[in-house]
Unconditional design. Structure first.
Length: 134
């Protein structure tokens, strides 16, 4: 995961989880790292739900039935939330099943533009972009 803008850092986004249950697909990861320039810790969370099992295609926040987003939290209390995102699967294959769940090996990218939450983020803090390759 590469975070840039008001805060910056590079963090390994493995393990990203891709799964489905009862016809609904999910993609999720949460990772922690730091912004070496600002000297603060960062946590990046992404979660996207879509109305079908994952497939090789693009899912965007503007698609009907696609929910979720991306969030970056600074250890100093600053928070940025999704303004927009795009999740692209370039490869999806079944890795296993358990009860009603199917788990997938998915490869692709997640790109998001995040905006600061004013109450938690210092005045004048700019946007943050997130690029994840999984």
């Amino acid at each position: 995961v590469t975070v840039s803008g008001a805060v910056a850092g590079t963090i390994d986004c493995r393990p990203a989880t891709t799964s489905s249950a009862r016809g609904v697909g999910f993609f999720e990861f949460e990772v922690a790292g730091s912004d070496p320039d600002a000297g603060i810790g960062l946590t990046v969370w992404a979660g996207v739900e879509f109305p079908s099992p994952p497939a090789v295609r693009t899912y965007a926040d503007t698609d009907v039935g696609v929910l979720g987003g991306v969030e970056v939290d600074g250890a100093d209390g600053a928070i940025w939330i999704t303004g927009s995102y795009q999740l692209v699967f370039t490869s999806v294959s079944i890795a296993g099943t358990k009860a009603d769940w199917t788990f997938y090996d998915g490869e692709g990218t997640l790109d998001a533009t995040l905006v600061p939450i004013p109450y938690f983020t210092p005045s004048g803090a700019g946007a943050v972009t997130v690029h994840a390759t999984f």
